[in-house]
Design a binder for this molecule. Structure first.
Ligand code: MEV
Length: 308
């Protein structure tokens, strides 16, 4: 028997643009998903037969990284599914890590690379940011050239990502979950159609990349005012790309009077928003009043861990 625990993540800046190879920053958070795998007489997930529809990420992980011997998989998640907090990446990474634990050949980079392949198969089009963050933990910076703290370099379909460890101060961030499931695959496809059809769409994506690069500087110097402003500008660009929603806009508007900045996190559509604030209680109250579910999450969480 092997148990793997993977953190959820939030994207501080740069989602969607990162799928095109632009920079992005993501942080692992202290909500985790636990996956236990034992050899068994037949394949099952939480006591149910393995199914393509219900267990697409687990099935893709088994196809990519496992021989055919049956296993029983138990998953306990502290991450609401479709919340934009990395539930798909965490289930993918924890499953891959537990399988490699059973094989006795766990390697962080292999899990991150296979995790990206799984997300690409299931989602259709993806970047490695979610799976690299859930694997490595702490902070991840994706850049378009190699820099200090490079972890791995990933290429796919003429796009490339330099995945770096990003040392950032631990912070409390308020998350507001809309309760609406955001569907990453269709949202990513929608942004691609926009960028393919118009030069303007591509300019928005490039501008998000520039804001993220500025955001990294603010993060490193601890300039919360500057970082918050950039997050709010990032949100405006995401809204132009068509991935925000009335529910997200409502929670963001309610949080802003008590925050340095706020934006959606992850794919959008529904899912969650984040607020950078020194007044978490006020932001939580504002989110609750507008029908959202607030969480105060701590960044800097450990990456995937294995135990027998
Ligand atoms: C989803 O958490 C982040 C997106 O940028 C998709 C991806 O990077 O695979 C929307």
């Amino acid at each position: 028997m092997v148990t793997a625990s993977a953190p959820g993540k939030l994207i501080l800046m740069g989602e969607h643009a990162v799928v095109f190879g632009q920079p992005a920053i993501a942080l692992a958070i202290d909500l985790r998903l636990i996956c236990t795998i034992v050899p068994s007489a037949s394949f099952s997930v939480n006591g149910e037969p393995l199914s393509d529809r219900q267990h697409s990420y687990v099935l893709a992980a088994l196809r990519i990284a496992w021989d055919s011997s049956p296993v029983s998989i138990q998953i306990n998640s502290g991450l609401p599914s479709g919340s934009g907090l990395g539930s798909s990446a965490a289930v993918t990474v924890a499953t891959l890590a537990a399988l490699s634990g059973l094989n006795g050949d766990y390697e962080e980079e292999v899990v991150a690379r296979n995790g990206f392949e799984v997300e690409s198969v299931v989602q259709g089009r993806a970047s490695p940011i979610d799976t690299s963050t859930c694997t490595h933990g702490r902070g991840i910076l994706i850049g378009n050239s190699p820099g200090p703290d490079l972890l791995w370099h990933i290429e796919k379909d003429e796009r490339e990502w330099y995945v770096h460890n990003c040392e950032v101060p631990e912070m409390d961030i308020v998350v507001g979950y809309t309760g609406i499931i955001g569907r990453t695959g269709p949202l990513v496809a929608k942004v691609k159609r926009f960028a393919d059809r118009s030069r303007f769409g591509m300019e928005i994506i490039e501008e998000i990349g520039q804001l993220t690069t500025e955001g990294l500087r603010m993060l490193r110097t601890g300039d919360k005012v500057g970082l918050g402003e950039l997050m709010t500008r990032n949100q405006k660009l995401l809204a132009i790309l068509g991935v925000s929603s009335p529910a997200l806009n409502k929670l963001i508007r309610a949080s802003l009077p008590h925050s340095y900045g706020a934006k959606l996190t992850g794919a959008g559509g529904g899912g969650s928003m984040i607020a950078l604030t020194d007044r978490p209680a006020d932001v939580c109250e504002a989110i609750r009043k507008r029908g959202g579910v607030p969480y105060v999450v701590r960044t800097g969480a450990r990456g995937v861990t294995l135990s027998d």
